[in-house]
Design a protein around this ligand. Structure first.
Ligand code: NAD
Length: 350
């Protein structure tokens, strides 16, 4: 088992191993003494993993209740946020109790936001069950819901008490959802980890889960410790996301987030090469690894369409935007450009 400690506004551990779910109760008692534990999960994960978690809580004499949302991004909304708060209040959940977010990033973001706001904040732990949530969303304390005007527009920075990352849960993921997470893993390697990149090149989807998840989580931990509130370095994690997000929006979410990130990575690699910011080998390595993971490398939108969509990106400040450039594998850095310069990056990226 790997244990990685995050020293942010709250200090907490991330435990990474297989078959951890059956010890959930004891692991919770190591960090908190709740009267009642409220499990928040989605209907797919519920059928697969709630029983194991509930049995473990019972073995540790922890009373538990459960709220199940429908699986999918549409559930990450204000209505569910309020319904869960009502559910917690009806069950007399107090500040000495604890919430478990059992599921992927949708459950983690929603349950985390509930935890940040209910009674002005109660403890929660993350039990991520998708690759994306293991390497990204369960770590670092960003919680959010979507509103009509956009994704993740309402939320809070709120760190969990503990993250239990049991990667045996990844065995039941569909190929598609697993691949989505792979795009984020590749992103970490390109940002700052050449060894991880070589491991992925060599092993493709059969990578060593404990090693790969730990490396990504350590990178995220380091970035979050330097910039918990996303004012500088944390934006490095947006590599491939500025253009990727435009692709995702333009497709009306038909192209899934991970696929859009993969396309965004290839486009920024192409553009960086054409602008003389990275070598041809770096660009080829990025595009080839995306292909090796069965992820898409391009989309059929015009540069103009993507530019107009990218202009609405919330990461923009005034008339400048920060693009993350892969100068070489393992060395990506922020480049501040004038907003209208994005158009030429997109044109070169296509
Ligand atoms: N907070 C952050 O820092 C952060 C970072 C990145 C992404 N996100 C958010 O994460 C969300 C995406 O997360 P996701 O990709 O995990 O999606 P998700 O939570 O929707 O899960 C994807 C699908 O997999 C199913 N699933 C989950 N675990 C499973 C398992 N073990 N076996 C079988 N099926 C399983 C879910 O029911 C769902 O249908 C987005 O809302 C995004 O905004 C947040």
């Amino acid at each position: 088992m790997k244990k990685i400690t995050v020293n942010a506004s709250k200090k907490y551990d991330i435990l990474i191993a297989d078959n951890l779910l059956e010890n959930t109760g004891d692991l919770i008692l190591g960090v908190a003494k709740p009267q009642t534990v409220a499990i928040i999960t989605d209907d797919i994960v519920d059928g697969l993993y709630s029983k194991t978690v509930e049995n473990s809580l019972e073995k540790s004499n922890l009373k538990h209740i459960k709220y199940v949302i429908k699986s999918g991004e549409e559930s990450k909304n204000g209505n569910n946020f309020l319904k869960i708060c009502e559910f917690l209040a009806e069950n007399q959940i107090t500040r000495s109790d604890l919430i478990i977010a059992l599921g992927g990033g949708v459950v983690g973001d929603l349950a985390g936001f509930v935890a940040s706001a209910y009674l002005r904040g109660i403890d929660f732990i993350q039990i991520p069950t998708t690759l994306l949530s293991c390497v990204d969303s369960s770590v670092g304390g960003k919680t959010a819901i979507d509103i009509e005007s956009g994704k993740n527009l309402v939320g809070a920075f709120y760190q969990p008490r503990l993250v239990i990352c049991d990667y045996s849960t990844l065995n039941t993921l569909s190929d598609e959802v697993f691949s989505q997470g792979c795009a984020e893993v590749i992103k970490y390697a390109v940002i700052g980890n050449t060894e991880l990149f070589s491991h992925l090149q060599k092993n493709k989807k059969d990578f060593d889960r404990e090693y790969v998840i730990s490396e990504c989580v350590k990178m995220k931990r380091d970035i979050v410790q330097r910039d918990e509130f996303d004012k500088g370095d944390r934006q490095l994690l947006n590599l491939g996301h500025t253009i990727g997000h435009a692709v995702e929006l333009k497709s009306n979410f038909e192209i899934a987030h991970g696929e859009a990130v993969a396309i965004g990575l290839c486009m920024i690699a192409n553009a960086s090469y054409k602008k003389g910011l990275c070598f041809e080998q770096t660009k080829n390595d990025i595009i080839n690894i995306i292909k090796d993971f069965d992820l898409p490398v391009s989309a059929s939108f015009s540069a103009d369409e993507l530019y107009k969509t990218a202009l609405n990106d919330k990461k923009r400040t005034g008339d400048t935007i920060k693009l993350i450039i892969p100068y070489s594998i393992g060395d990506s850095r922020l480049l501040k450009i004038k907003t209208d310069e994005i158009l030429s990056f997109i044109e070169e990226g296509i």
